[in-house]
Design a protein around this ligand. Sequence first.
Ligand code: AMP
Length: 483
Amino acid sequence: MNFSDLGLSHEVLQAVADAGYKAPTPIQEQAIPHVLAGRDVLGCAQTGTGKTAGFTLPMIDMLASGRSRARMPRSLILEPTRELAAQVSAAFETYGKYSRLNQALLIGGESFVDQERKLDRGVDVLIATPGRLLDLYERGKIILSDTKVLVIDEADRMLDMGFIPDVERIVALLPRMRQTLFFSATMPPEIRRLADAFLSNPKEVAVAPPASPAATVAQSLFMVQPFGKREALRRLLRRDDVKNALIFCNRKRDVDILHRSLTKHGLSAAALHGDLTQSKRTETLEKFKEGGVRLLVASDVAARGLDIEGLSHVFNFDVPIHAEDYVHRIGRTGRAGRAGHAFTLATPDDLHFIAAIESLIGRTIPVGKIEGMEPALDHEPTVPLARGGHGKSKRTLPASRAKKPRNHQPHNDHRNQPRHERPVAPRPLPVTMSSFPLVANGVVQALPARRPEPTFAKDDPSVIGFGDNPPAFLFRPRVKLAR
Ligand code: AMP
């Protein structure tokens, strides 16, 4: 199929040709005719599939007729992060270069004054993050009753970031008679519920099974000890003569630590996370995109959906806690049919997260070796992993980490021993994220984190809540008082 078969205007087709696109991507093929026909669309597509053009191209044509009024945007695009909002704004610039549309970008960290000035002039396309949009609405700077087209992009990430209540508030401010386009990389039940609430008789389009990484990304897993991760990363960077790489850490604090460590070792690196000012984030990103810095250490939120041309490598310095994040992370490379590499450093404690990822993507990640480093392998006997999702994980876990049968009885039943001879009960571990099994596609994907084996039987008379030192009065026989 050609772009000219989709019903787009001559101006838009010319801009698409200038961008060098030869043919529409599957999501564009499926979505554009329905958007142009005025239908609501529910799109299951991840970044890298061309979904931005899938909604911007038809919107440019739909908004070509009609005029905007001060403070009353004609269309609204909600994005979870400032970077994604800026990317969509750039897409409108590229594809709308032969059309005369006014757009405004409302993102946190930028001056209110400039944004208000733009709104006063009247905008056809308003691209915003939910928080900043509500700020400006509450200041009386925006009227949303004339917004006829709404795009909710990256809905699953909005959910992860806790933006759904804001999104619900915004949608309640829009007219009921509108066209809504809703995109999400995955469709968990909460997202489905929102889609049902926001969309009216939508055309559903999906371009890939949820959360499947691009086939052009070569994935490898390296088993390392926690203290050997930085060394392993440096060796891999040297070994592969990495051109440019995004390196993901799970916590902002670790982004800074790793960034400092790489710089100390003479490597060209920068850091990107949500605690940096917007101007710093924009500057860092620009520098990385232009090749002024080779390595970008980033958190998930800051780097979600970033479109960096020709990114050769993605490193998971930390294994992501949510399996879906793995797919989003490695999707930054191998874009537009190019080859890419995704390297994951995992410690033995990460095995249950790896199992969840493998179940989600439906394959095992090949294990690689780093020359000069001993892999952190566990030599305990292994047992097969529980399977889940649509994948068949073949990796095995050491027996000590495998799930125990439900009716498992402790071997050490101490009920007949005198109390003082019984072993001390271990204190319960604090409840953390890893205490819970991971669930993806409605299926338990991973084993719960290791918990101490109970050493007391059910009818043990220990006083629960006082550990091993219950006060003596609790054991005193009850005395009946004479009246
Ligand atoms: P997106 O999924 O919207 O983030 O787009 C991913 C990348 O694909 C962007 O760099 C776009 O410029 C590019 N792109 C979008 N549509 C096409 C197309 N039809 N042909 C080639 N590249 C495209």
